[in-house]
Design a protein around this ligand. Structure first.
Ligand code: AVJ
Ligand code: FE
Length: 382
């Protein structure tokens, strides 16, 4: 299981250490993953009592903001792993007796709750990887370069998307989060969008010209260039790779400097139509980005590359409910975050599990955040 693979090299001290108030200690993610599974599957679907009494309240993400999770009396070490195992055993037992196909219960229909728990664990795998960037000397037990990045292509800086009515969001069939529904039509004017994500080279040029903060993990190399330190290793910033770990404010400032703007999330989704998710840098074990212009054979219909994978892409859009939005299965997944405090990111990153991402998937974070695997591409009016 990926969750345990990621933490295998770590000591108990590293699992419980608070590296930053904006991320949980890894031990919290572990217990939270198991507790979420217990809550939704064992308790709700299986109608059984919780294994550890009131423990669940310490793993409630809304009740316990990230900044205080280091002080909670959460499970430690072998006890935590034992709890994870016990929950998984009970989950499989409940699933054995559940009618996931024919059920009238929307939680069970088409295996919704099962897909939700898998997606939840996989999204936490990415959150854990955000923290692992800060762990000095972290050495993954498994690496995998993923699908070959060739051919890496040259091409125009921007590609065109025609004006028209565009289908936005996930249809009624299959698994998707409540915030991707209902599917609806948006009328969009013609626009241009960058063919690839913005590169480190371009971002360094912007910094040299306009100033401002560098991406998270960058430092000056003393000779006019930049190095980046992640997992305790310092390497020169590769000019060919998409820029990553930038905030929305940095992305927006770059776009304006370049005489462009960020795409809306609807423009982004229209441009992503036809992108091949199998020809994309996803699933974590590559531990980094492919060069901008890679996976040329997986491009979207408009010709844009790397819409899926490599870096999450900031959009101009606030995180809001679509017209006719209905919270499901609980308002705390999406609805409580709606408003102008959060910006939408699209497309997934190298650190995103493959089964989590689709062109309708909406991620969100505060505009000032950059610990997420965030980059961007620019757009312009046609
Ligand atoms: C979609 C990444 C913003 O981490 O808050 C995990 C995913 N939701 N557990 C988050 C999530 C509940 C969510 N993001
Ligand atoms: Fe969660």
């Amino acid at each position: 299981m990926r969750t345990l693979l990621l933490i295998e090299p770590l000591s108990e001290e590293q699992l419980n250490r608070v590296y930053t108030p904006i991320l949980s200690p890894l031990a919290w993610d572990l217990g939270h993953i198991a507790n979420f599974e217990e809550l939704w599957l064992v308790q709700r679907v299986g109608d059984r009592d919780p294994l550890r009494g009131e423990l669940g309240r310490f793993y409630d993400a809304i009740e316990n903001p990230r900044s205080i999770r280091g002080e909670l009396p959460i499970l430690k070490g072998a006890d935590c792993v034992a709890y994870m195992d016990q929950v998984r055993e009970r989950t499989l037992d409940v699933l054995d007796g559940a009618d996931l196909d024919g059920s009238e219960d929307p939680l069970l229909r088409d295996g919704f709750v099962y897909e939700m728990l898998l997606a939840h664990e996989h999204q936490h795998n990415e959150t854990m990887l955000q923290l692992l960037q800060m762990v000095d000397g972290y050495e993954p037990v498994e690496r995998d370069t993923g699908p070959a990045t060739e051919p890496v292509s040259d091409g125009p800086e921007m590609v065109a998307v025609a004006a028209g009515e565009h289908e936005i969001g996930a249809g009624a069939e299959g698994f998707a989060y409540d915030n991707e529904r209902p599917r609806h039509t948006r009328e969009l004017d013609a626009f241009w969008i960058d063919r690839t994500p913005v590169t480190n080279a371009a971002f360094a040029e912007f910094l040299a010209d306009a100033g401002g903060d560098p991406p998270m993990y960058w430092e000056r190399d003393g000779a006019g260039g930049w190095v980046s330190t992640r997992m305790g290793r310092t390497e020169p910033v590769d000019p060919r790779l998409p820029v990553i770990h930038v905030s929305w404010h940095q992305a927006d400032a770059f776009a304006r400097w370049a005489g462009k703007r960020l795409p809306t999330e609807f423009e982004w989704e229209a441009a992503a139509r036809g992108a091949d998710p199998d020809r994309a840098n996803l699933d974590q074990l590559g531990f980094g980005c492919a060069p901008a212009g890679a996976y040329a054979d997986g491009c979207a219909e408009c010709g844009a590359l790397q819409m899926i994978g490599d870096v999450w892409e900031w959009t101009a859009s606030d995180f809001l409910g679509y017209p006719g939005f209905e919270p499901f299965p609980y308002p705390e997944y999406s609805q409580v975050f709606f408003g102008d405090e959060y910006k939408v990111l699209r497309g997934g990153a190298w650190a995103t599990r493959r089964d989590v991402i689709r062109t309708s998937f909406r991620n969100w974070d505060y505009a000032k955040r950059s610990q997420i695997f965030s980059g961007f591409r620019c757009a312009g009016d046609a």
